[in-house]
Design a protein around this ligand. Structure first.
Ligand SMILES: [Zn+2]
Length: 394
């Protein structure tokens, strides 16, 4: 295994984020002299961690040599785990996706079955990409996650608490497995692969079935961690006399504005006589995605339900915008396909509740990373840890 110093670790992380850079830009970023940069880079090339890749075209003068991480140094697996499925992808060392797979967790009734499914999924990807050395895995999990200790504090519906999942999976898989909270991983993915060149401060709002609303705030390129559990957007209290929340409180946003609540409200409003395309769905349950698709097609019942969602969610997000003043609010998870009308409705609610100077018309956007955005963020976590580990031996 390669051995690098802390400055070289920073070079590798910089290259992972930028994709391609020159010795001059690396030196500028790290405030290093040209001969020092050159020596550190030469050593990284010798150790097989970075490669020269042609030149970077410039309008005038000599074109500098392009440097990138060495794709073949090893591969990484990133996983997103919800209470319904695991989505996994495998990337090379540069973060380029080379494969993906999904596993349902519907029958994962015990923790042992859950771990078995994760192990099988990793094996499947390993077999499909034989010949590449697996460096590490990142697991972005729902539930209350302590990323520093690799322990999941609670993971509904499993009745267990304080599950040392990272250690158990590391033993089972044979390479280090690093844990991250799901929304935080999503924000890291967005930071490294999504809106990285447009803004440096943003709030990421994640919603899915079976989970409260997650929030991750990125401030000038850094994730706000707090004590480790920052971002409990779903437990902002909007009505102290409201319905009981699973956290023990009352009137939390999670009791009013999650995909599960929207489905529940739709089913309550949808009489058999109602003129709605949702009445045409037969043989399966109506999903949040169905309701969003119907609202985009201007189905009145679906529009009414999603407008109520925009009212509650917009109020919750307005607190975040007032407190944190993000350049952009990114919607992810099941909110990533909500459509322009919903974004406009949500924006109007936010505008109503924030001080004017923190609002602008493009404040709310949806993630561009698609289905595997969270898993990509989990890879980012694993890459960072692999680089840290290489430098710890110096
Ligand atoms: Zn709550």
């Amino acid at each position: 295994m390669a051995i690098i110093n802390r400055t070289q670790a920073r070079i590798l992380k910089y290259l992972y984020q930028k994709g391609i850079s020159s010795r001059r830009d690396i030196g500028r970023y790290l405030n290093l002299g040209s001969s020092m940069t050159s020596d550190l880079v030469s050593d990284l090339i010798l150790q097989g961690l970075i490669v020269e890749k042609g030149t970077i075209s410039t309008p005038r003068g000599r074109c500098p040599v392009a440097l990138s991480l060495h794709a073949d140094f090893g591969c990484l697996i990133g996983m997103e785990m919800t209470n319904a499925y695991i989505r996994a992808l495998v990337t090379d060392f540069t973060g380029e996706v080379i494969g993906c797979a999904e596993q349902s967790l519907v029958d994962a009734l015990t923790l042992e079955t859950l771990e078995h499914h994760i192990g099988m999924l990793v094996n499947r990807l390993r077999i499909a990409h034989q010949g590449r050395r697996l460096l590490a895995c990142g697991l972005a999990s729902y539930g209350l996650v302590n990323r520093d200790t690799g322990v999941i504090l609670s993971l509904p519906p499993y009745k267990l608490q304080n599950i040392a999942l990272a250690d158990q999976l590391t033993q089972m898989i044979g390479v280090p497995v690093y844990l991250e909270a799901r929304t935080q991983a999503a924000a890291l993915g967005e930071l490294n692969h999504g809106i990285k060149d447009q803004v440096s401060s943003f709030a990421y709002v994640n919603a899915d079935y079976g989970a409260a609303l997650g929030l991750a705030c990125v401030d000038h390129g850094r994730l706000v961690r707090g004590g480790g559990l920052a971002g409990q957007l779903g437990h902002l209290c909007l009505d102290p006399d409201g319905p009981r929340c699973f956290c023990g409180g009352r009137g939390c946003l999670a009791t009013m504005a999650t995909p599960a609540v929207v489905v529940e409200q739709t089913l309550a409003d949808l009489s058999p006589e109602a003129e709605s395309v949702l009445n045409n769905i037969e043989g399966r349950s109506i999903t949040f995605e169905d309701i969003i698709a119907a609202s985009i097609d201007k189905d009145k019942l679906a529009v009414d339900v999603t407008t109520k969602l925009a009212e509650k969610l917009g109020l919750g997000i307005s607190y975040v915008v007032n407190l944190f003043n993000p350049d952009v609010v990114v919607l992810g998870g099941l909110l990533r396909n909500v459509g322009d009308d919903f974004i406009a409705a949500l924006s109007r609610v936010i505008e109503r509740h924030v001080v004017p100077r923190v609002f602008h018309s493009n404040l709310v956007q949806t993630t561009t990373l698609g289905t595997y955005g969270v898993a990509l963020g989990a890879v980012d976590v694993a890459v960072g840890k692999v680089i840290d580990r290489l430098s710890q031996h110096s």
